[in-house]
Design a protein around this ligand. Structure first.
Ligand code: SAM
Length: 445
């Protein structure tokens, strides 16, 4: 993480972010608030982002270490500073003693923490002395090694007995930056050539998916501001083509913000799209996305509504295609959002499953005969995925599974897969690197 940002300041800000996330706030929101509140300069912001992500990627290990290093839990801000500092000692981003000195300086510079400066010094030095024994010992526990709460580990192990370990291990790796090439503007080979000419190393990981070897802020991605590419995981890029919407079709995108899949649908055809989003602030992101892609009204309408309340947005004309990219636990995108396992409770799974079923049941009558509905969740939990699809089919005798284009299956569970070497020439089919997603394609008979 050697960004040149003043490390003590970075550790102090990351400590505050840790406290908020462990208090239940999302990491994105905590980082945003932190940056806004303190008007943090861009290089520091990037460094705080990196340290906070590192800390949450090692949350289980840090929380297992702390009670072994200290007799009694200190104030939350002190725990936050220890967590931020321990994460950097674990990932080895700095020389150990320089890091400890900076953590102590961070404590001294904050009136809430200054009294704990000696304590922080002692705890971190004790960690350095005992690290070689403590860390391997604690990592013998799968939940600590794979950085998830125990209920999460048990669920994934039970539901994916052959692949649980690979899927969870992938989720603790920092993610790659994956892009979708806008095929109205460019093809993948031409975009890769552009990247080469700008000395950016990248490779193809799916039909229209490109992986940048070195992640960078979006404004620095060649072609991003002109709408040549969008940031989108390669698994998420499967949804819009699988819906097979043609020009002129009426398409409902029921849970649309921030508009990643709306934009993709609009790139693929001149279908007429109604994009529904419950959260007005997030609905604004769809507009921004479409404007960047040069794909706006009149054929795309963005409506702020609860998609279950169909009377609030439906004009009575059936849709030929529907995308229901439902709210879910997001258990498939942990490598991008390492806070997720620490924010969720096991009871959330059943609650979200009920919400997803409510959306599907409310929207199904709006689909035309022979129309298709693609249900998507970025989850690896079966209750939200194949079990949700099965119970939908039981409730709706006029629904059947249609094969997902290019596959023999009506539904597909993708488990997170990391950077595997790609066969040269592999340009079709499933991407080689992606987050965890579930897809089911229903057809009305
Ligand atoms: C998984 S995200 C959608 C991602 C989006 N399709 C994309 O590709 O960028 C789910 C979205 O559904 C919205 N949502 C949740 N409940 C909803 C409801 N009852 N009606 C409409 N939107 C809802 C959430 O605010 C969230 O923005």
């Amino acid at each position: 993480m050697a960004t040149g940002a003043p490390l003590a300041e970075v550790l102090r800000a990351a400590a505050a972010v840790w406290v908020r996330v462990r208090d239940g706030q999302s990491l994105d929101r905590a980082l945003q608030d932190q940056a806004l509140k303190h008007e943090v300069a861009a290089p520091i912001r990037a460094a705080v982002h990196a340290v906070s992500h590192d800390a949450l990627r090692h949350c289980a290990l840090i929380e297992a270490l702390l009670p072994r290093l200290i007799a009694r839990a200190p104030a939350p801000q002190v725990t936050g500073l220890l967590a931020a500092a321990l994460s950097q000692l674990i990932v080895g981003a700095y020389r150990d003693h320089a890091l400890v000195d900076q953590a102590v300086a961070a404590a001294r510079s904050d009136r809430h923490l200054s009294a704990a400066a000696g304590f922080v010094n002692a705890v971190l030095r004790s960690f350095l002395r005992r690290r070689a024994v403590l860390v391997p010992q604690l990592l013998l526990d799968d939940a600590t090694r794979l950085n998830v709460p125990r209920w999460w580990l048990q669920r994934v192990r039970r539901e994916h007995p052959e692949h649980w370990e690979r899927a969870l291990a992938c989720a603790v790796q920092p993610p790659a930056l994956l892009l979708r090439v806008n095929r109205r503007r460019c093809d993948v080979d031409a975009y890769l050539a552009r990247l080469r000419s700008e000395a950016v190393t990248a490779r193809r990981v799916g039909p229209y998916a490109v992986r940048l070897d070195r992640p960078c802020p979006v404004q620095q991605i060649p072609g991003f501001t002109e709408g040549v590419v969008s940031v989108q995981d390669a698994g998420a890029q499967l949804a819009a083509p699988w819906l097979q919407a043609d020009d002129g079709m009426r398409v409902l995108d029921a849970c649309a913000a921030p508009g990643g899949k709306t934009g993709h649908l609009a790139e693929l055809s001149d279908a007429r799209i109604d994009a529904i989003e419950l959260d007005p602030a997030r609905a604004g992101l769809i507009t921004d996305n479409l404007q960047r892609l040069g794909l706006a009204a009149p054929r795309i309408r963005i409506l702020t509504a609860d998609a279950r309340d169909v009377a609030s947005f439906w004009d009575g004309h059936p849709y030929q295609r529907m995308l229901v990219d439902a709210p879910c636990t997001a258990s498939g995108i942990v490598r991008r959002h390492p806070d997720i396992p620490w924010l969720r409770r096991e009871a959330d799974v059943a609650q979200l499953t009920t919400l997803q079923a409510g959306l599907l049941d409310a929207l199904w009558p709006l689909l035309a005969p022979a129309g298709r509905l693609l249900y998507v969740v970025c989850s690896v939990f079966r209750e939200e995925a194949d079990q949700q699809a099965d119970s939908f089919l039981e409730r709706h005798p006029d629904a059947r599974l249609a094969p997902l284009p290019g596959t023999r299956h009506g539904w597909l569970q993708l488990l997170p897969t990391g950077a595997d070497p790609v066969e040269p020439g592999q340009t079709v089919g499933l991407p080689t690197e992606h987050d965890g997603f579930f897809f089911a394609l229903f057809e009305k008979v």
